[in-house]
Unconditional design. Structure first.
Length: 309
């Protein structure tokens, strides 16, 4: 997984004679996700922002959609169609990592959130799993996740919404507390199989794919429908993979440490048709004016996608 300098340059350079076959047209979209880069989310102006910076999708906000009248929603959807924008993936508003009371409270409110997405034609929600627990062994944690996420999936499925879950892979993360938990694609497959619901799949992140030391062959074991959302991030250069820290990342193609072309080519080959977002955890990006930050992110995302076009 570790790239040498020459390989890194190749990974982030689109070569005409190395492009995918013409029939491999991409179905995934570059999605505006302001909150992930430290910009205040603003659903009311998301369409304008996406159009100005060349994004192809926007994140749905269930709370915003729920406030719109039927006429207002149709107007909003009409503007999205005119701008040729798709829906991205909403965040899952359920606290499933804590106590039973918090989980039950949030699940009780979930149907209304899912109903709002259904009303707008949005079909994806995503979340992440903690790679450790201070008190639950792996098996106890696994059983709790199966029970809780099966219930979440049932509620979402009633409204045509799919659930994506992201494993967190850095060794510095899954060794940080007493009991390690799921931090690889293989382990996530086990969880998804045990949950056994048709609307549950992966949130894949290039960062976690890299820090789990997985390959493009691992990605090619999936089908397009198995993937709900993708995150594109690069990693700092000069740091061994087992010493990478989760909140110190980079924009796609900024260092070439992560094989962005290999990842996206695999997504192309399996027919993934969902959103690509960026989550680089960069303080210097969060400290910039909103428009400047979004422009930088858009340029980085387009550079990555150009590798497979």
């Amino acid at each position: 997984m570790t790239s040498a300098a020459v390989a890194a340059g190749i990974a982030c350079t689109a070569l005409a004679d190395d492009a995918p076959e013409p029939f491999q047209r991409r179905k995934f979209t570059v999605c505006l996700a302001p909150g992930m880069v430290g910009v205040r989310d603003d659903p009311e102006h998301a369409i304008d922002r996406a159009t100005r910076f060349g994004f192809e999708a926007i994140e749905p906000s269930p709370s915003y959609i729920a406030k719109l009248s039927d006429a207002q929603l149709q107007d909003y959807l009409g503007k999205m169609r005119e701008a040729k924008l798709a829906w991205g993936c909403a965040g899952l508003p359920v606290q499933f990592r804590g106590d039973d009371a918090a989980f039950e409270r949030d699940v009780k409110a979930l149907p209304d959130r899912a109903k709002a997405l259904q009303r707008a034609g949005a079909t994806r929600m995503g979340t992440w799993l903690s790679p450790t627990s201070p008190s639950l062994t792996y098996l106890a944690n696994f059983r709790q996740h199966v029970k809780r996420m099966r219930e979440v999936a049932r509620v979402l499925n009633d409204h045509g919404v799919r659930l994506g879950m992201e494993y967190v892979a850095p060794k510095t993360s899954w060794t940080a507390r007493r009991y390690p938990f799921i931090h690889t694609m293989a382990e996530m497959k086990d969880l998804l199989a045990e949950i056994n619901r048709p609307n549950v799949g992966f949130v894949l992140d290039t960062w976690h794919w890299y820090t789990a030391q997985e390959s493009t062959d691992d990605l090619l074991t999936l089908r397009g429908h198995d993937v709900i959302q993708c995150h594109l991030n690069d990693a700092p250069a000069g740091i061994p993979v087992d010493q990478q820290v989760d909140n110190r990342r980079g924009l796609p193609c900024s260092t070439g440490v992560i094989d962005m072309k290999g990842f996206l080519t695999a997504m192309l080959r399996i027919g993934y048709d969902g959103p690509l977002v960026c989550e680089p955890f960069m303080p210097e990006l969060r400290n910039k004016p909103a428009d400047e930050a979004l422009g930088i992110v858009a340029a980085a995302m387009k550079k990555a996608v150009a590798l497979v076009e």
